[in-house]
Design a binder for this molecule. Sequence first.
Ligand SMILES: [Ca+2]
Length: 154
Amino acid sequence: MSGFAVWCTSTTLGGLNYVNNGLVGINSNSQTDVQLGNGFYLKPGQLIFHPGVNNAHACLRFTVPLAGFYDVEGIFFSPGLPSTPNGYATTDVHLSINNVELRSLWINQNSGMLIFRQIYLNVGDYVQFEIGWGQNNNYGSDTTAANITIVAYS
Ligand SMILES: [Ca+2]
């Protein structure tokens, strides 16, 4: 699948790293959609993450470069058509700052969002979105798209 960049840890219990520990991926094409079989359907620049077997959480982390007020917004949804395996992710998504969870939600064939406005953050704080395997306790077909926006007030 060309144009699809994947990040995962190099630690493995045996087998594929992205299966054991989850993954973060992005359609790195700026002009072209990426499609995998009848599953993923990712617009240019679309970010996704996927939990690992045994509920290993994949995470997206932003480390604060400058102290100040920020708006943090994340929108999450299944990246496939409803009739395809990746059209019904069953996951749990968590938002934390410095390992303190602020909010979480379930994704079950739907979409959800986490929004926090005007949060004061210090240099080096980290804002983290994590994904787990959801209510069905299975990581299969759990690819979840993430549209995350973090904006600083000047
Ligand atoms: Ca699941």
